[in-house]
Structures are given as structure tokens and as C-alpha cells.
Design a protein around this ligand. Structure first.
Ligand code: 2IT
Length: 450
């Protein structure tokens, strides 16, 4: 490995030893850059890599809120404005009890390269809180969101930093966050957040965009392999917005999701989640119970396997983990390979451990699509939402969906081309890292050192 690159990775490990997820993502991205750094000795002179692993700005804040019984609670809030070289900071907010500095930093780092890949002018950011939304009343969620925004509003704006949703933050939370922002600013600035409701400036297709985009990306991979999506079967994990978008677009294009999971286990529906009734039920189940997917199996009379993940099932063509980080470890990866799965597309952020990812990439006949490319349609449509807000107009569903399809093709093609240019063949993981990196690197260099 290039010496400068190796030194930076070692430094990051030494300096950030307690931030496991952050180290994991830096290692994954930077290892791909080896041939690029080798070819560009000028990067070392300006210490570009060390600049890239240090967020431009990151802060924590106190969020206090009152529960329905009148008791006060204190949570931690974060915002990491990782890299603003190519546009205003952009990235989601995650509300989950396991949120900590390492999680926010790994997500912000990934977001920087992902946003670059979309081809749109957005920098990388992430934020969130260790607040656990499970079991909270609507009024508690509202008070928490208002308290969170009260702490954050001074540091964001349509041309500064534009948060959105991530796990635990959906349309409802974005609504409460925006309401508080507007109250505090006394101004109509709805471009400050994306993932808004349609009544106050949200974009059509934003809730579906990540899942739809993942399927469009899959279609490009299949095209490359002289294959088609017709009749393909898919195993995914989760049943939130993202998995739902995958199910819906797969059904539209003649494929079917036959496995999905929740924290309680996985469901096997051999007919696929393809009918309107089933797709609507997924939404309903998610809204009423984010912890259990068994009710689907009960309602539609299919198999439910408790406390297990659908990795390694024998009767699918494609695996698309869409639930959380490090969902697929070495053990699951081996089972996936043994089952003869040809396409492994990451959809959640960093759903595969580095060891498992490298193992899958090494397999002859397995094609791996990396999350920062496969799930980029979500933030890509967020950028379209920002654009609609600043122009005070509304795009049709068809316009957004067409743009999304083209964007995903472009992400696939530019990743494939970047890998090819560096002699790596059809390596979509390295290609996405290289293509995402080069644009940010160029912008940083052209703007001088700071
Ligand atoms: O991980 C992601 O790309 C997101 N959570 C969406 C971010 C956004 O700004 O739409």
C-alpha cells in the first residue's frame, strides 16, 4: 500500500481508537484509493487525506424535553459538518439509543463521498441524538423535536447545512423540526430541511427514493451482466421506507421481494410483497410497530422465523441488506455465497463488516454494489427537493422519477469507469470510492488550503 496512505490510516487508528465504526469506514474507503494516491503524489504535499478525515466542524448539544407525565429528560444531540467543499453540508439525522460520536462520524464521512457521487452540489454531514423514539407518544416526539431544533437552528440553513431524516426520523419528525425552525427564524426557509410533507414543500418520490434508486442501480448492474430484473427474487432486511421502496419498485418491474426482516426475525413470502394490499400493510405495520414484522406473516399466512436474518436462504437471486450497519458479518457472508447468490447490493449505510465485504468482493461470480452508490438516490432526491424549494416550484412525480433513474445510471457508470481507469476491472466498490473522492479532492485543492 502507498506509504502516505498507510500512515494516514495508522494515524486515524491511533487517534480515534475508540471510534470503531469511523475507523472501519475510513479503512474501507481509503484502501480503495491506493492506486489514486500512488498516481497523485501532490496530495501528500497538501496533506489532503488527513484533512479529509477531520470533520470541518462537529458539535454536541444538550436536548431536554418533558414526557407526558411531567418528568424531564436529557439527551445528547450531534451535528457533524464533515465536508463542505462541493456544496452546503447535507445529510440525515438519526434518532436511536445507540447513537454516539463514532456512528455520527462514520455516517458523515460516508455521506461526503455519496453526495459527491450524485453529481449534485451537496457537501457531507450527519447528525442525530441518542433519543430512543420507540414507545414515545406523538406529543413526546413533538416536544423532543422542538427541543432538538431549538438547540440546532442557529447552525443550519438552506445555504449552510440541510438536515433530513435517517433512522428514527421520518416525515412526522421533519414536520415538527421544520415547524420549530420557522417559529424561531420568523421566515419561510423550507430549504433548510428535506423529506418534508408535500403540503409545505416536500418533493414527490422522496419517501420512495432510496429504495427506488437501489432498484434502478440494480437494473444497471444486471444490464452490465446481460441479465434483466424480470422474475428475480430478492431478500432484504428491514421494513421501513427504504425496504418498502425496494419492494414497490421491484414489483413494478416484474421482480419480487420474497424475504424481509424486523428486529424480531424474518418473513418468507414466496409470492412476494407485490400487491397493493401487502405494500400498504407494510406501511401500516411500520407506523404502528417498528419492532415486529411477524404480524405480516400472521396476516398473509406465510412463514416467520424468529430471531434470525434472511442471509443464506437458498431461493433468492439478490441480497439487499437495508436495515442497519454491520448487519452482515463473515458468517452470513459465507452463507450468502454458499447459497449461490450472484448479486449483493448494500442499501443501508455500511451494512457489511469490512471482513465480510472483502470476502464477498473476492468471490468469482459475486457482484457487490456499495451502499454509498446504491442508496445515493435518497439524498439525490433531497437535493432535488432543495432545488424545487429555492425555485419555488414543484416537479411532477414523473420528472423526479426520471431524474432519479438517470442519476442512478450515472452513479453506476461513473463508478464502473473510475475502477476501469485505475485497472481494477468491474469493481463497483472501489469505483464508487474513487469517483466520489476525486470530485471532493479537486474542489478542496482548487479552493486552496484551509
Ligand atoms: O443516509 C442518507 O443518505 C440519508 N439518510 C439521507 C440524507 C438526506 O439528506 O436526504
Amino acid at each position: 500500500m502507498n506509504e502516505y496512505l498507510k500512515r494516514v490510516i495508522d494515524d486515524v487508528k491511533a487517534k480515534h481508537g475508540h471510534e470503531a465504526e469511523f475507523i472501519q469506514t475510513v479503512e474501507e474507503v481509503f484502501t480503495s484509493l491506493d492506486p489514486v494516491i500512488e498516481k497523485h503524489p501532490e496530495y501528500e504535499k497538501v496533506d489532503l487525506l488527513n484533512r479529509m478525515v477531520e470533520p470541518e466542524r462537529m458539535f454536541t448539544f444538550r436536548v431536554t424535553w418533558m414526557d407526558d407525565n411531567g418528568y424531564w429528560h436529557t439527551n445528547r444531540g450531534w451535528r457533524c459538518q464533515f465536508n463542505g467543499a462541493i456544496g452546503p453540508y447535507k445529510g440525515g439525522l438519526r434518532f436511536q439509543s445507540n447513537v454516539r460520536t463514532s456512528i455520527i462520524k462514520f455516517l458523515g464521512f460516508e455521506q461526503t463521498f455519496k453526495n459527491s457521487l450524485t453529481g449534485l452540489p451537496i457537501g457531507g454531514a450527519k447528525g442525530g441524538s441518542d433519543f430512543d423514539p420507540a414507545g414515545k407518544s406523538d406529543a413526546e416526539i413533538m416536544r423532543f423535536c422542538q427541543a432538538f431544533m431549538t438547540a440546532l437552528y442557529r447552525y443550519i440553513g438552506p445555504d449552510i447545512d440541510v438536515p433530513a431524516g435517517d433512522m428514527g426520523v421520518g416525515g412526522r419528525e421533519i414536520g415538527y423540526l421544520y415547524g420549530q425552525y420557522r417559529r424561531l427564524k420568523g421566515k419561510w426557509e423550507n430549504g433548510v430541511l428535506t423529506g418534508k410533507g408535500l403540503s409545505y414543500g416536500g418533493s414527490l418520490i422522496r419517501p420512495e427514493a432510496t429504495g427506488y434508486g437501489a432498484i434502478y442501480y440494480l437494473c444497471e448492474v444486471l444490464k452490465h451482466e446481460n441479465d434483466t430484473i424480470e422474475g428475480k427474487t430478492i431478500a432484504t432486511s428491514g421494513y421501513g421506507n427504504v425496504a418498502w421502496g425496494i419492494m414497490k419498485k421491484a414489483a413494478q418491474l416484474g421482480a419480487k421481494v420474497t424475504y424481509f426482516s424486523g428486529p424480531d426475525g424474518y418473513v418468507h413470502d414466496p409470492d412476494g410483497v407485490v400487491t397493493e394490499e401487502k405494500l400498504n400493510y407494510i406501511l401500516e405495520m411500520r407506523a404502528t410497530d417498528p419492532m415486529h414484522c411477524k404480524p405480516y406473516a400472521d396476516k398473509f399466512g406465510c412463514e416467520f422465523v424468529p430471531n434470525a436474518k434472511p442471509w443464506g436462504v437458498k431461493d433468492v437471486d439478490i441480497c439487499m441488506p437495508a436495515a442497519m450497519q454491520n448487519d452482515v458479518n463473515m458468517d452470513s457472508a459465507k452463507k450468502i455465497v454458499d447459497a449461490g447468490v450472484k448479486y449483493y447490493l448494500e442499501v443501508a449505510n455500511m451494512p457489511t463488516t469490512n471482513e465480510a465485504l472483502n470476502f464477498l468482493r473476492e468471490q468469482e461470480g459475486v457482484i457487490v454494489g456499495p451502499s454509498k452508490a446504491v442508496n445515493a438516490g435518497g439524498v439525490g432526491v433531497s437535493a432535488l427537493e432543495m432545488s424545487q424549494n429555492s425555485e419555488r416550484l414543484v416537479w411532477t412525480e414523473e420528472e423526479v422519477d426520471n431524474y432519479l433513474g438517470k442519476m442512478m445510471k450515472n452513479i453506476h457508470d461513473s463508478s464502473a469507469k473510475a475502477a476501469e481507469e485505475y485497472g481494477l476491472g468491474y469493481d463497483l466498490v472501489a469505483g464508487a470510492n474513487i469517483a466520489g473522492f476525486l470530485k471532493v479532492a479537486e474542489a478542496m485543492l482548487e479552493q486552496g488550503c484551509f
